[in-house]
Ligand binder design. Structure first.
Ligand code: SME
Length: 170
């Protein structure tokens, strides 16, 4: 097949049902991300499509996307939402905390997080998950929501699974 292992026309056929239980929603999101990124070596293309999938599948988001670790800081990558801060030092804000620690950050109230960086004043809660390759954080996936405590452990587990899928694809 000219375009690789997957039929190129199928990329428009992903249908999200935000009413279904979260684990199922994340299974479908991950399956869609797997289908879109399998055999594709373009890291920016893969991040762009996955940001769009997250935006399509998950309700109540005002920002979803990637920051990439470059020369010791995080640099804005593909995303959906309003224009955002371009560079974030490791250790600063929620994204920098995830990158520096290698641990996901689940923040119920961003105003209570010391050093939170307000890119979009609508953000009330945030989930940041590191993408790790060979024990190094290569990127973070950042989700922002306009409601406090929008994210729970199901969201964390779902995005961590997505991050593991992407480790060798971005
Ligand atoms: N709030 C993030 C900055 C990135 S934006 O939310 C897109 C932080 O504190 O790291």
């Amino acid at each position: 097949m000219a375009h690789g292992a997957y039929p190129i026309f199928s990329v428009h056929q992903f249908v999200a049902d935000p009413g279904q239980p979260k684990p199922e929603l994340y299974r479908e999101l991950t399956a869609a991300a797997h289908a879109l990124t399998t055999g594709e070596s373009g890291a920016v293309a893969n991040m762009a499509n996955v940001a769009a999938l997250i935006w399509q599948f998950l309700p109540e988001l005002n920002w979803a996307g990637f920051y990439r670790a470059m020369d010791g800081e995080l640099v804005l990558g593909p995303f959906c939402g309003k224009p955002a801060c371009i560079r974030i030092p490791f250790g600063e804000g929620v994204c920098g905390a995830a990158a520096a620690s290698g641990e996901s950050q689940l923040v119920a109230d961003v105003n209570a997080f010391p050093g939170h960086i307000a890119c979009d004043s609508a953000s009330r809660s945030e989930l940041v998950v590191p993408v790790t390759r060979e024990n190094r954080v290569i990127a973070v996936i950042d989700l922002d929501a306009p409601r406090e405590a929008r994210f729970d452990q199901d969201d964390r587990a779902g995005i961590e699974t997505l991050a593991r899928l992407l480790a060798n694809r971005i």
